[in-house]
Design a binder for this molecule. Sequence first.
Ligand code: CMX
Length: 138
Amino acid sequence: MMCVMKHMKKIDHIGIAVSNLSAAIKTYELLGFKIEHREEVTDMNVRVAFLPIGDTRFELLEPFSKDSVVAKFIEKRGEGIHHICIEVKDIQKALQDLKDKNINLVYDVPKKGANNTLISFIHPKSSHGLLIELCQKC
Ligand code: CMX
């Protein structure tokens, strides 16, 4: 993984699937978190809220369509950790390095993500059950 590691900057956020964003926000505020930013990511059929913690964040994700992969995830596994997102310097190069290693990507071409980012994912079957998101700040 030497080439791919070269592109990695830090853990940008940990994604947590929730069935009701407002209820989840209330819970996390009780725990002491503050909401930094809320957004609807139409490409992914989710509403999200970011809660900073040190240099990283939790991302609460609520599906707003039954077709959303997050809705499917909650139906199958219940609420909880959905993915971990790693910020990379250059997502095109990172994806190319992964493809060269025959790693199964969800999107070969990055999509628009929350917070003005370009994103793609390593399929959990290629990473021992963990859905890894890669993001590049635009
Ligand atoms: N973490 C770990 N495993 C997961 C998973 C997740 N988040 N989501 C699905 N899986 C598992 C499934 O349970 C299934 O396991 P089994 O075969 O053991 O039952 C396996 O992955 C394969 O599932 P699949 O039928 O190929 O695909 P799914 O329809 O379940 O979708 C995936 C899986 C990764 C392709 C889909 O979740 C996806 O496209 N993810 C990328 C987009 C995304 O997650 N968007 C939401 C976040 C957006 C944001 O952060 O803004």
